[in-house]
Design a protein around this ligand. Structure first.
Ligand SMILES: [Zn+2]
Length: 410
């Protein structure tokens, strides 16, 4: 984990060239950040940028602008676009488009199976050479254990993670929220926890057998946290992420917010939420991911049964986590920085995640004393879909530097 200190930081070009007390300032532009906190650029391992093809929801330009405004300098984007990112040309397209705007570094995650249909594994070598940092059919679970096992053997050879959206469709069915008393009161089909946990357990066993790195997306039920904890105790090559919404909200929200609180995996019971927090504190869950999933207002207004799953998260996740866990004394500031930058860099084999000499100048400045309410109308993202509207938060990013360039300034 990192540490905190008071010092100057010299950036020349894209690189941090000096760190220390009272560095000479005569020949450089000076930015006075007294009273503020400088962190390594945040890294989000799970973002839906919606391009190619779904530009009414988000574009690479608006999504990376949202990333910069949220303090993220690197993001991994999911392949469930139109078309699916299952060919190298789409990996190239995403990287080139992101570089053209320059707000953040985008690492494409390519599909595990062609068309994300769950049947035929994609050309991992070609996609990895094109720049895919991991493989996932996120949005859907890979239903066949045999197909998943083949994918793990290929990923093992390349040394990259398989990113698991754990959902057994024979159990999740047509569910639109967590199965439980709230779903019963609302009279809507629920999604049982086992829909997620069964596949997490399966893929832990496949990871143990193949030795491939399996990364579990957006973990939500208590039983899944327990399975991952046991897996780690037995030395399985497993990592896991958790979202701010699964750490902070329960299915009670759906009663008031309906489709605005519809997400997959669903917001679950208080016991599940509390288990995710415990998992984060004891290291069972390795990192924070937003699962930023923009949709239009028209789509989210279709009602609980028909609206798409998902929330935006890039622009509020640091203040959400800071306010709920650091300001309240549950997590040290340095641990939150670790969970939102250092850990994703480490497990996805990305540069960054630390402020150190000779590293790329990616960093984020936050004002821990500034309180603002969440106002979706001010988002850079095209998506406004969040259940956190009007929440009072502290710790907003005020300056984001990506490769030595200012990409966001409040
Ligand atoms: Zn997912």
């Amino acid at each position: 984990m990192g540490y905190s200190t008071v010092q100057d930081l010299l950036v020349e070009g894209q690189i941090i060239t000096a760190l220390g007390k009272e560095l000479p300032t005569s020949t450089h532009e000076v930015i006075d950040l007294r009273g503020l906190h400088v962190m390594p650029g945040l890294i989000d391992p799970h973002v839906h940028l919606r391009e190619p093809g779904q530009t009414h929801k988000e574009t690479i330009e608006t999504g990376t602008m949202a990333a910069a405004a949220g303090g993220f300098t690197q993001i991994c984007c999911m392949p469930n676009t139109t078309p699916i990112v299952d060919e190298r040309k789409w990996v190239h397209f995403i990287r080139e488009e992101a570089d053209r705007f320059g707000y953040a570094t985008v690492h494409p995650i390519a599909a595990i199976t062609k068309g994300a249909k769950g049947q035929e594994v994609t050309d991992f070598v070609a996609l990895h050479q094109a720049g895919a940092v991991a493989f996932s059919d996120d949005g859907k679970g890979v239903q066949s254990a045999q197909v998943m096992r083949q994918a793990l053997l290929k990923a093992k050879q390349l040394g990259v993670p398989i990113v698991v959206h754990a959902e057994d469709e024979s159990l999740s069915g047509a569910g639109c929220m967590n199965a439980g008393p709230v779903a019963e009161r609302l009279g809507v089909p629920g999604i049982v926890s086992s829909a997620e946990t069964v596949m997490i357990a399966r893929d832990v066993l496949l990871a143990q057998e193949t030795g491939a790195h399996v990364h579990m997306c957006h973990v939500s039920p208590e039983a899944a946290v327990q399975v991952i904890r046991c897996a780690k105790e037995s030395g399985a090559p497993v990592t896991a992420e958790v979202t701010p919404h699964h750490l902070l909200l329960t299915d009670e929200q759906v009663e008031h917010l309906l489709a605005q609180a519809k997400v997959n995996p669903p917001l679950r019971a208080e016991s599940d939420r509390a288990a995710c927090v415990r998992g984060l504190l004891d290291g069972t869950l390795d990192m924070i991911a937003t699962d930023h999933a923009p949709h239009t207002k028209e789509e989210k207004d279709r009602g609980l049964l028909d609206a798409p799953f998902g929330f935006v998260g890039l622009e509020i996740s640091f203040p959400l986590m800071y306010t709920a866990f650091v300001k309240s004394g549950i997590l040290p500031f340095e641990k939150l920085v670790y969970l939102m930058s250092t850990a994703p860099a480490k497990h996805f084999h990305l540069r960054g995640g630390r402020i150190q000499l000779a590293s790329v100048a990616d960093f984020t400045v936050v004002d821990l004393n500034q309180m603002r309410r969440v106002n979706p109308e001010a988002f850079r993202s095209k998506g406004r879909n969040t259940p956190f509207v009007d929440r009072e938060l502290w710790g907003w990013p005020v300056l984001t530097i990506h490769r030595g360039q200012t990409v966001f300034q409040a």
